[in-house]
Design a protein. Structure first.
Length: 109
């Protein structure tokens, strides 16, 4: 039986200290010869996407930040942010703290 895990994310707009609602996030999984998109969703009113089921191994999240910033009429240096990580059995949470000219991430719980 293949081990399973779940992936979630939370995007915070650090300039205003609020959740970033409506950011498109795409989950990719390594499939032997490259990454394949396996899920995509918009962050909810609390800036969250949760419950993506996948298997352990290399993954990445792509955050469509340029589209989101355009929607709030703010210029940004980053049209997208990609975060690569290795999902382990269980749960992996990958938050993104976002501003127009900087971002930060960490392994969440």
């Amino acid at each position: 039986m293949t081990a399973s895990c779940t992936v979630s994310s939370h995007v915070l707009y650090a300039v205003e200290g609020r959740p970033a609602e409506g950011v498109r996030i795409t989950l990719f999984k390594w499939e032997g010869d490259g990454f394949t998109a396996v899920a995509s969703a918009l962050t909810d009113a609390d800036g969250r996407v949760s419950g993506w089921e996948t298997g352990p191994g290399p993954h990445k999240l792509r955050f469509d930040t340029g589209e989101w910033f355009a929607g709030i009429d703010v210029a940004t240096f980053y049209p997208e942010v990609e975060i690569s990580f290795t999902a382990a059995e269980g749960h992996s949470h990958v938050p993104l703290l976002l501003s127009p000219f900087a971002y930060s991430t960490y392994r969440g719980s």
